[in-house]
Design a protein around this ligand. Structure first.
Ligand code: PRP
Length: 214
């Protein structure tokens, strides 16, 4: 890894807040702001290389030690647990994992509930704990459509502003867990590159504690 520490960032929603955090920490992030579709970005003046990935791939890269650290949503870690250290809650990307549906939706322990979700594991575990039998219908996106079209009774999904639910006449029926961006670390890197790891972790944690949003 050419002596540099490699940090994997989640593209999309978490990207801006993570980049703000790095900027506030004093890093030159001009390369990230204008990536020109590059996926490997050098940080000038700091022994750090950034790679941009989808959330579930961030955790995979960190698990295999191809990246030393990663920034990923707690939803991803809960849905696809990986043997990595979760070292900090960075606070941003705050939202909720919730059961939602039309106001008329009722849970009846005895009746099979049809649940559409991009998060089949989280959904299954949640209802298992409650003793509610479910049929999980896995979706890749636009999950809110499922109860509107009669594909499911309810959904389990991320709610951030609540605008998507509202616009589609759905409500939160139950909150499952609070979600935010987490800093994860490869287990071997944490031992063999402890000094570099701790310097970066401290820097990111400090900025996050000060409210890294820009
Ligand atoms: C996510 C999530 C909800 C929406 C919630 O979807 O699955 O649909 O955002 O955000 P809100 O509470 O602020 O409205 P995303 O935008 O990632 O797209 P997708 O439906 O294609 O998965």
């Amino acid at each position: 890894m050419n002596g540099k520490t490699r940090l994997a960032l989640t593209k999309g929603r978490l990207e801006k807040d993570t980049v703000n955090l790095l900027e506030k920490a004093g890093l030159n992030i001009s390369m990230i702001k204008n990536p020109e579709r590059k996926l490997i970005l050098d940080i000038p003046g700091y022994p750090l290389e950034i790679i941009l990935l989808k959330g579930s791939d961030v955790a995979t890269y960190v698990e295999h030690g191809v990246a030393d650290l990663g920034v990923v949503g707690k939803d991803v870690l809960l849905e696809k647990p990986k043997p990595v250290y979760e070292v900090a809650d960075l606070g941003f990307g705050a939202c909720r994992m919730a059961v939602a549906g039309p106001p008329s939706a009722v849970e009846d322990g005895k009746k099979l509930l049809r649940v559409a979700s991009k998060y089949p594991r989280i959904a299954r575990e949640h209802f298992e704990e409650k003793g509610q039998s479910v049929e999980i219908i896995e979706q890749q996106g636009s999950v809110e459509l499922a109860p509107l079209m009669g594909l499911s009774d309810v959904i389990v999904d991320i709610v951030e502003t609540g605008n998507t639910l509202k616009a589609n006449g759905l409500i939160i029926l139950e909150e499952i867990v609070k979600i935010s961006a987490r800093l994860i670390v490869n287990k071997v890197s944490y031992k063999t590159r402890r000094v570099e790891m701790n310097a970066l972790i401290d820097m990111l944690e400090k900025q996050a504690a000060q409210g890294g949003k820009g």
